[in-house]
Design a protein around this ligand. Structure first.
Ligand SMILES: [Zn+2]
Length: 465
């Protein structure tokens, strides 16, 4: 079953296949965080959607070369280190670590490469030089370099920008006074007193890179001149992604990206999230309120990525309940499957769920299929109609679905010490292949309301519904 994705570039849903001639590897670039503050849940909506896409690509058997940049030099960062007095690297590494802790807590698979802008200054300068040599960029007397959108006829093709609208009148940044034409953007920003010690030498004098060039440079360095997929929030379409296309294609003369995948924004209580409106949440704010990364991930996944997601705390509570139902079902299936071997996933649930995700990641239909299967299965379990083989089949499908959703295993239940002692005893019995004793202990544990399952690192106890 082919995978279909909506491509912002063509505004069409198209079949996705990697361009790799061997058909094995997919290249995927995602705009990463600017590390100066705790990332908010709107940021994480993008990363969770991208993780869902990556997992679907992997389910198709492709190896995903996933790159996400770390923006560690930028206006907001420079302002923040002036306020804190910390060196740039100390400040950005601290925020990068916090970001990755949240990223992990949300169950996102780590990208293969997470390049930092400050570690690619030489490559960025080489790309700026290449653009200048090709006549697509010009230096200004103050030592900045700008991209000339006049010299790139394709400018505006992603955002469907009417170039006639790009005319003077709107606010022009103080540091961009030297531009030749409205819409031209900085590739290299000449040093100004505001930058303090944050500066690098360049052929045009001391300065620092612009934000847009960073993504063109690092995506092409790590993934090649043409990428299969480039992802980001819809707010990045213009100007960031439009500028990335201009820089990359003007430099290489080749198409930069085959599929542009953008996720819609997130609202909180029906409104745009803002600190002043008091509806601003970072992931850590929610963890501090006792919610888990698993629960937040479920909420962030639950709406189709191209539709706005309205986040509420009630929604998070509903996610907790939905997960509890799924965890209880998993435990029930585990108990009913007993010693039956798990087949490879491939039952009706896995097929329907996969078909829904292959339709431009239609999560609503996918979750619909999941809860439909859960209800039918629970009914059959209630009636004692489920054989061990059927339970094993359902469990195998569910575990594959859980993996596709990126939901970690149910949290380790805090079993009472007597139950845990029985589970340990059972582990010892299994180690000496005393299966009879092992089964008796399992039954005893079940009698006390718990299910025990073997895991690579020992055993797992889950509460029985
Ligand atoms: Zn970017």
């Amino acid at each position: 079953m082919p995978l279909f994705l909506f491509n912002t570039l063509t505004r069409k849903t198209e079949e996705f296949r990697p361009m790799d001639p061997s058909g094995r590897t997919v290249t995927m670039y995602c705009c990463g965080p600017t590390v100066y503050d705790s990332a908010h849940i709107g940021n994480f909506r993008a990363f969770v959607s991208q993780d869902l896409l990556r997992r679907r690509l992997e389910a198709h058997g492709w190896e995903v070369r996933h790159v996400m940049n770390i923006t560690d030099v930028e206006d907001k960062i420079i302002r923040a280190i002036h306020a804190s007095g910390e060196p740039l690297e100390t400040f950005t590494r601290r925020h990068e670590k916090a970001f990755l802790d949240d990223f992990d807590a949300l169950g996102c698979r780590r990208p293969a490469v997470m390049p930092r802008a400050t570690e690619h200054i030489a490559e960025i300068l080489a790309l700026v030089k290449r653009l200048e040599d090709r006549g697509a960029a010009y230096a200004t007397p103050d030592g900045s370099v700008y991209f000339s959108i006049e010299r790139f006829p394709g400018y505006g093709k992603l955002s469907r920008l009417d170039r006639a609208q790009l005319k003077p009148g709107a606010r022009v940044n103080a540091d961009e006074h030297a531009r030749e034409a409205y819409g031209d953007f900085a590739l290299w920003k000449a040093w100004s007193a505001r930058d303090g010690v944050v500066a690098w030498e360049s052929p045009w004098g001391r300065g620092r890179p612009g934000w847009h060039i960073e993504c063109s440079c690092m995506s092409m360095k790590h993934l090649g001149e043409t990428l299969d997929l480039h992802c980001g929030g819809e707010d990045l379409v213009f100007p960031h992604h439009e500028d990335e296309i201009a820089q990359s294609e003007a430099a290489t003369g080749r198409p930069f990206v085959r599929f542009w995948v953008h996720n819609a924004h997130l609202l909180v209580n029906g409104q745009k999230m803002s600190k002043s409106a008091g509806n601003f949440f970072t992931a850590r704010d929610l963890f501090a309120r006792g919610y888990t990364g698993r629960e937040l991930r479920y909420v962030l996944l639950s709406a189709h990525y191209r539709l706005p997601l309205n986040f509420t705390l009630e929604g998070l509570d509903a996610a907790r309940q939905a997960l509890a139902r799924l965890d209880a079902w998993e435990a029930r299936l585990g108990a009913a499957a007993g010693a039956a071997a798990l087949p490879a996933p491939g039952g009706a649930l896995w097929k329907e769920f996969g078909a829904a995700l292959d339709d431009d990641l239609n999560i609503s239909a996918a979750l619909g299929a999941l809860f439909e299967a859960l209800r039918a299965s629970n009914r059959s379990l209630d009636e004692g109609q489920t054989t061990a083989a059927e339970a094993a089949r359902a469990l195998s499908d569910w575990l594959a679905v859980r993996e596709a959703l990126g939901l970690p295993a149910p949290p380790l239940a805090e079993a009472p010490s007597d139950v845990e002692a029985l589970a340990r005893e059972r582990q010892t019995a299994r180690a000496v292949k005393d299966w009879k004793r092992s089964d008796a202990l399992r039954a005893e544990i079940a009698k006390r309301g718990w299910a025990v399952k073997d895991a690579t690192d020992g055993f797992r106890l889950t509460r029985q519904p």
